[in-house]
Design a protein around this ligand. Sequence first.
Ligand SMILES: CC(C)(COP(=O)(O)OP(=O)(O)OC[C@H]1O[C@@H](n2cnc3c(N)ncnc32)[C@H](O)[C@@H]1OP(=O)(O)O)[C@@H](O)C(=O)NCCC(=O)NCCS
Length: 146
Amino acid sequence: MNIRPLQPGEAERVIAAGLGLARLPRGDGSFYLVAWEADEPLGHAHLSLTDPPELQDVAVLPVHRRRGVATALTRAAEREAAARGHSILTITVSVDNEAAQALYRSLGYRDSGRPPQRVRGTVQIRSGPLEVDDTLLTWQRDVSST
Ligand SMILES: CC(C)(COP(=O)(O)OP(=O)(O)OC[C@H]1O[C@@H](n2cnc3c(N)ncnc32)[C@H](O)[C@@H]1OP(=O)(O)O)[C@@H](O)C(=O)NCCC(=O)NCCS
């Protein structure tokens, strides 16, 4: 498996494989990391370069789950954050998403202390408007020694 930032011209192939790239385009220096096996995209993760940075939109194609793809994407994002001088990486996870909570817990993420956020309404993503009604937990990990 090879993980690298999404290159210009690769988005079409990633979307055709079934990955959403929901947060394209941003133009603020944030970027997607994509996991590849040969020419096949397996999963992606978006690194938003806020302060602290936030890992978003981690998604792995169903046939490639439980092979460590999300783990490798998260670790790659931690290295990217640390290389930019950040000591913390945050993620938000739905209160109902047990798989994601198990993943991030196994990777050392813990509650940031920020209260749960209720999100409700319409958000604009690459493919158009999306209705959301969710409660998000903010977790974080110290990546300074990554
Ligand atoms: C959550 C998701 C990203 C996990 O991707 P993945 O590549 O399968 O995860 P990994 O193989 O790296 O899993 C690492 C560990 O996380 C935990 N984990 C992952 N998926 C799990 C599941 N469905 N149930 C329970 N634990 C799970 C396990 O501890 C796993 O280790 P193990 O396989 O040795 O038991 C994937 O299921 C997915 O794309 N889901 C839909 C999108 C989503 O919910 N994204 C998260 C947004 S915050």
